[in-house]
Design a protein around this ligand. Structure first.
Ligand code: KG4
Ligand code: ZN
Length: 334
């Protein structure tokens, strides 16, 4: 089954082609980071307009690279949410129109399911069940994943997401947007022990997170020691954030009896997180799986893959669900 995937939830247009027997055939991405940089964050209207400009050329590019034609497609997957409404509508509109014109099914994918399953786009994917640490710009969650669509939330952030904390701290330190990569580059050359910052909720006994207090502690520290210390502050922040992410993830694995941990989302690209997690998990006999570095942040491949899983099951007539609890008020209009 050949599935085209389209991601347009935020500031990256991603398109990819996934074949359920041959794997990922092609993928292409356009990042809007440079465009939004002047504004210090994503401008939704500009994002939507840029997705419109990019989505068809990127689609033509992946079709050409794969040597396939639109007539070969069996389905189209697109990010249905969560994300910026206008940006989502571009990918959804294009995907639905294409599927309608070709007479093939279209499937809306949950952006976080895309992230969470992205480590499965691999020759050596993790088996189910596993614990997933989802660390993106908008979400921080620990999930128990028993299969595609079988997700149990173990814990999540009570305020800022991990990526948001990296971005806000980077902003306080005068780094650009998005700040995570810049902050981690700066931290790499500095002393994480010069300043000590809190590890919020590290020992709270649950799997929830809180990052807003850490951001405030950084602000207080910047005021006290000055911006000239930015590199050491960045290292102290990164060390505190990573300690919490690692500690909670391993506690969640112990709680769930899981020997596999999957890390997904933009912060999963963080080198210190990867090193510390792999080391500490290894000591406990837990194997950690990451997506390819380029698939940590938003991309079309994860949407094509997640959509293909859903379409393949639907085509085989295996996917159905009953709703023992179903709010009448939750029904959408026709
Ligand atoms: O998953 P993603 O591309 O978008 C969302 O769905 O939110 O994640 C983007 C987030 C941003 O907050 C960015 O600063 C962070 O991931 N990020 C990083 C790194 N690379 C990206 N944070 C820390 N270290 C990195 N190397
Ligand atoms: Zn994302």
């Amino acid at each position: 089954m050949l599935v085209l995937g389209v991601e347009s939830s935020c500031d990256e247009t991603g398109v990819a082609l996934y074949d359920t027997t041959r794997g990922l055939l092609a993928h292409a991405l356009h990042s809007q980071i440079a465009m939004h940089n002047d504004y210090g964050g994503v401008v939704p209207e500009l994002a939507s307009r840029d997705h419109i400009r990019r989505v068809l050329p990127l689609t033509r590019q992946v079709m050409a690279e794969s040597g396939r034609t639109l007539a070969d497609l069996d389905g189209v997957a697109y990010t249905q949410g969560p994300g910026l409404a206008g940006a989502l509508l571009v990918g959804a509109g294009m995907a639905r129109a294409l599927a309608y014109a070709l007479g093939i099914p279209a499937v809306g994918v949950h952006h976080l399911e895309g992230h969470m399953l992205s480590p499965l786009i691999s020759d050596t994917p993790p088996e189910f069940p596993f614990v997933a640490l989802l660390v993106s710009g908008g979400h921080t969650q620990l999930m128990l994943v028993s299969g595609v669509g079988r997700y149990t939330l173990l814990g999540e952030t009570l305020d800022d997401a991990a990526g948001e904390a990296f971005d806000k701290t980077a902003q306080l330190l005068g780094l650009g947007y998005p700040g995570g990569p810049a902050l981690s580059r700066l931290a790499a050359t500095s002393d994480p022990g010069r300043y000590s910052l809190p590890r919020p909720m590290l020992n709270s006994g649950d799997f929830d997170f809180s990052f807003s207090g850490l951001k405030t502690a950084v602000l207080t520290l910047v005021r006290k020691v000055g911006i000239a210390e930015a590199a050491h502050i960045a290292a102290a922040f990164q060390s505190a954030a990573v300690d919490v992410l690692v500690g909670k993830s391993l506690a969640a694995c112990a709680h769930a009896g899981a020997s596999r941990l999957v890390v997904a989302g933009g912060v999963g690209a963080n080198t210190r997180l990867r090193e510390q997690l792999s080391r500490e998990a290894g000591l406990r006999g837990i194997r950690v799986f990451y997506p390819r570095l380029e698939f940590c942040t938003d991309n079309g491949a994860m949407i094509a893959f997640a959509g293909a899983q859903r379409l393949a099951h639907a085509e085989a007539g295996l996917a159905f669900a009953v709703r023992p609890r179903w709010e009448l008020a939750a029904l959408g209009a026709v």
